[in-house]
Design a protein around this ligand. Structure first.
Ligand SMILES: Nc1ncnc2c1ncn2[C@@H]1O[C@H](COP(=O)(O)OP(=O)(O)OP(=O)(O)O)[C@@H](O)[C@H]1O
Length: 307
């Protein structure tokens, strides 16, 4: 039995249309499945929690997220015990950084074929973010500062709808990034890694904590990040002039930004971040509010991922 959690609103409503075609394939092949449609932000967390709470002891279920990167983040966050889930993903979002990093099919039909092929799943690391009293999982990355401000604006800008209509949804990240950069004020930040390594920076544009190589619609910010090495890769962009950031950003599409002065990359299993200014924070591209502090650590258990 497959349990599909579907965000019909992904890619500005195209998700619902794509699901119709996918469901025809499931029906034609007499596949056993159940569907759960999200109706509002945060609904996938609840659906995933109630589905996985009903798994009988010592058994596993196939839980499939159908949506954008934000839907993956919510579905993973709701799962009760990740070791009892075989997780699959069908991309119907705009950014699709998860597919890019995991080398999964970007085409929803091909992604469904992969899920139905019954290939042996691979283990994937799942990081955990704590902000005050709230905590959740993410799959790709979380970040504070510029990258989060971009994610926040991408989520609300009407430009996303327009560009999605003409099949250029990915460009929205580029336009919003350039606009945000013009108004951005760097902040001082302290990073405490694995409880013993402290790094202080005075003019941080953003810090991203990455489980995967890509975020923000294709920026390869941490080219050596791997979702199966048990580590978080951290990038800090500090003390660059704005013109230099503009020069550096396009090179990040190819992971060639790491040699610029002011780009710092670290690796750890746990990190506590403090920003002097209250800045935007994101998890897998979805806004997590404006914060001074948050912590990220790797979950002790990995999830079985169909890939
Ligand atoms: N029925 C719904 N109506 C409105 N928003 C929803 C609904 N279901 C889910 N959401 C919210 O929509 C947001 C974006 O979803 P998702 O990431 O799946 O799609 P996307 O934004 O098109 O893709 P991407 O993140 O790859 O750009 C998430 O925060 C999710 O909680």
């Amino acid at each position: 039995m497959y349990y599909f959690i579907i965000n019909p609103n992904s890619r500005s409503g195209k998700g619902a249309l794509i699901w119709r075609d996918l469901e025809n394939i499931l029906r034609e092949r007499n596949i056993k499945y159940q569907t759960f449609f999200t109706e509002y932000k945060g609904h996938a967390v609840k659906l995933s929690a109630s589905i996985t709470a009903s798994i009988p002891e010592d058994s596993q279920i196939k839980l499939i997220a159908v949506g954008g990167d934000g839907t993956i983040q919510e579905v993973l966050s709701g799962v009760k015990d990740i070791s009892r889930v075989i997780f699959g993903y069908i991309p119907t979002g705009s950014g699709n950084d998860f597919c890019r990093s995991m080398k999964l099919p970007q085409n929803p039909m091909k992604a469904l074929e992969l899920i139905l092929s019954d290939k042996r799943p691979h283990l994937m690391d799942v990081p955990h973010i704590s902000c005050g009293s709230s905590s959740s999982r993410f799959a790709i990355s979380c970040g504070i500062g510029f990258d989060a401000a971009v994610c926040h604006e991408v989520g609300v800008t009407p430009m996303k709808k327009v560009l999605n209509k003409i099949g250029l949804g990915k460009l929205v990240y580029l336009f919003v990034a350039l606009k945000q950069l013009l108004f951005l004020k760097p902040s001082s930040m302290t990073l405490l890694m694995d409880d013993n390594k402290k790094e202080e920076f005075s003019k941080v544009y953003f810090t991203a904590i990455m489980n995967q190589k890509y975020e923000g619609g294709g920026f390869k910010f941490c080219p050596d990040a791997s979702p199966s090495d048990g580590y978080l890769d951290v990038i800090v962009v500090d003390s660059l002039s704005k013109p230099k950031v503009i020069c550096c950003l396009p090179t990040a599409f190819f992971g060639k930004h790491t040699h610029f002065n002011g780009i710092h990359i670290f690796r750890c299993k746990k990190i506590d971040i403090h920003s002097e200014a209250r800045l935007a924070v994101h998890k897998d591209g979805e806004s997590a509010g404006l914060l001074h502090d948050f912590s990220v650590c790797m979950e002790p258990k990995q999830i079985n991922m169909i890939s």
